[in-house]
Design a protein around this ligand. Structure first.
Ligand SMILES: C[S@@+](CC[C@H](N)C(=O)[O-])C[C@H]1O[C@@H](n2cnc3c(N)ncnc32)[C@H](O)[C@@H]1O
Length: 246
């Protein structure tokens, strides 16, 4: 199995192309991060790993965004300057108590031991600050889609180490108090049906399946809804955990 750094050195730039071509597709995914803790104006929000800095445009005005992204390939388009691309994930290159909230979206599911990252995020968060962790849930339809269809047909394979009950104990062990933990169901949305396969093909670098095969796999494994305006909503879900540093 390739390490995450290797995977995203290969896949980061196509992932970024998908996010740049369809910047609103994952809007609901970014919005659900703040369902249980909305950053106040004046908050400094950390984003680890930040990818191409996509979270930045979903923060309310007055928030300051700081991102840490280990893979330079995400930032090829140059639209967002992400803090020190190419720096290893750990240690996080920020001082103690640097941020009010840290978000980690869809980034830890290839990290075998997540505890050192949870401890580093605890260190860089101020007392009273929060950590929102949102990633694929063990045993979910999304995990089956990623490790099954995506892993079979993309450029790198896919074997995730997803979130489960043990994640809550790991967070507590790193000093966090878990306030809320639940499956979060939402949609990725597209103006036209073909956009869905075009987006997923690039996001996951699915090089060996046709657009029709991708569309069929999404329909069968995840499900979709036709929107009143003619668009398509594709089912997606994550496990989202909000913690506080006492
Ligand atoms: C699926 S992307 C998510 C990016 C962004 N948070 C988003 O939601 O679009 C996975 C992220 O994990 C990052 N990553 C790279 N090496 C890693 C590592 N060793 N451990 C954890 N994450 C790593 C990648 O660079 C990438 O930013």
């Amino acid at each position: 199995m390739k390490s995450y750094d290797e995977l995203f050195t290969l896949r980061g730039s196509t992932y970024d192309q998908a996010m740049t071509a369809f910047p609103d597709a994952r809007r609901a995914e970014f919005d659900q991060l703040f369902r249980n803790c909305k950053p106040d104006a004046g908050s400094r929000v950390g984003d680890i790993p930040a990818g191409g800095g996509y979270l930045k445009s979903y923060l309310s005005s007055g928030c300051e965004w700081v991102g840490h992204e280990p893979c330079a390939s995400f930032t090829n388009h140059g639209a967002v300057e992400v803090g020190q691309p190419g720096h290893p994930l750990l240690p996080v290159p920020w001082p103690d108590a640097h941020v009010d909230i840290v978000c980690s979206l869809a980034g830890v599911h290839h990290l075998e031991d997540k505890r050192p990252l949870f401890a580093e995020i605890h260190r860089v968060t101020r007392p009273g600050g929060r950590f929102v962790l949102s990633d694929v849930e063990h045993g979910s339809a999304v995990s089956a889609f990623l490790d099954g269809f995506v892993g079979e047909w993309n450029s790198t394979g896919h074997e995730g180490l997803y979130l489960g009950e043990n994640t809550l104990a790991e967070l507590e062990g790193a000093g966090w108090e878990v306030e809320h933990a639940a499956t979060s169901n939402f949609h990725w949305q597209f103006a036209e049906r073909p956009d869905m396969a075009a987006f997923c093909s690039r996001l996951f670098d699915i090089t060996r399946a046709s657009a029709d095969q991708i569309d069929n796999a999404i329909e069968d494994m995840l499900g979709t809804t036709r929107l009143p305006d003619g668009g398509t909503a594709m089912n997606w879900s994550l496990f989202t955990i909000t913690c506080v540093k006492r």
